[in-house]
Design a protein around this ligand. Structure first.
Ligand SMILES: Cc1cc2nc3c(=O)[nH]c(=O)nc-3n(C[C@H](O)[C@H](O)[C@H](O)COP(=O)(O)O)c2cc1C
Length: 230
């Protein structure tokens, strides 16, 4: 009998601990009940944390404090962080889940210098002095025919913003340099990086630990918002 009671207590404790990741375990444990497996736990955790405002505030703060940073220190960026930034990019929504993209990661200093000479930015250090750059390209074999063709631009833009936000979240500075629809510029970038005509370069993102701290621009404009009918 003692053994059974002990086992029951242990099971309850395990259930509670498994569902207690964000401090509202009891509620989670009640919702999941016997089905408190990893999937249920994750779902509960998300619901709890969202309800508590933790995730919302973190994401919101990251979004509203992001800014373009165009000067970087020499500090190298860990490859695990780069990997997470790329994963954040590939988590973006895409039309019909087509994921019409390819990414290039440039860490080679000579190549960054050549790219810098090609891109002619106002601050040339921005490209030659970044820790690494990411090239976002649309994969034309995955672009839709006809009217939906330009969805790749939207998809790759969503990917781009995801990566800028992830970089910001990891304490990096970053800046978006446009390619397409400037076809000449997109082609110049492609030529430097041996990118075949299967791809169209949408942008280059320069990233690194910030060596400047520009102000966040206040873009809030309630006049641009229309509730219900315009
Ligand atoms: C499509 C696009 C192209 C851009 N191209 C450049 C660029 O070539 N050089 C640059 O320094 N910044 C570029 N930017 C960054 C913008 O200048 C910047 O986002 C804008 O001034 C707003 O500032 P913020 O990012 O700090 O909010 C580009 C941004 C976008 C979305």
């Amino acid at each position: 009998m003692k053994k059974i009671l002990f086992l029951a207590a242990l099971m309850t404790a395990t259930l509670f601990t498994a569902c207690n990741k964000c401090g509202c375990g009891q509620e989670c444990a009640q919702k999941c009940g016997e089905n408190c497996d990893q999937k249920c736990e994750k779902k509960c955790e998300r619901q709890c944390c969202n309800a508590q405002g933790n995730v919302g505030d973190i994401v919101y703060n990251a979004i509203v404090t992001r800014k373009s940073v165009r000067a970087y220190t020499d500090q190298p960026v860990d490859s695990l962080i780069i990997d997470k930034i790329l994963r954040a990019g590939m988590s973006a929504p895409t039309a019909v889940n087509s994921q019409p993209w390819a990414l290039g990661v440039i860490t080679d200093r000579e190549l960054l210098q050549v790219l810098s000479d090609t891109l002619h930015q106002r601050n040339p250090q921005m490209v030659s002095g970044c820790a690494f750059a990411i090239v976002v390209a649309g994969d034309m074999t995955k672009a839709f025919e006809g009217e939906g063709w330009s969805f790749w631009v939207e998809d790759c833009s969503a990917m781009t913003e995801n990566m800028l936000l992830a970089a910001h979240g990891f304490g990096l500075g970053a800046c978006w340099i446009g390619g397409y629809p400037n076809r000449e510029k997109a082609q110049k970038i492609a030529d430097v990086l041996n990118i075949s005509d299967r791809y169209l370069v949408l942008d280059v993102l320069t990233m690194g630990y910030p060596a400047e701290d520009p102000d966040v621009k206040d873009k809030w404009n309630p006049e641009a918002i229309h509730y219900n009918r315009w």
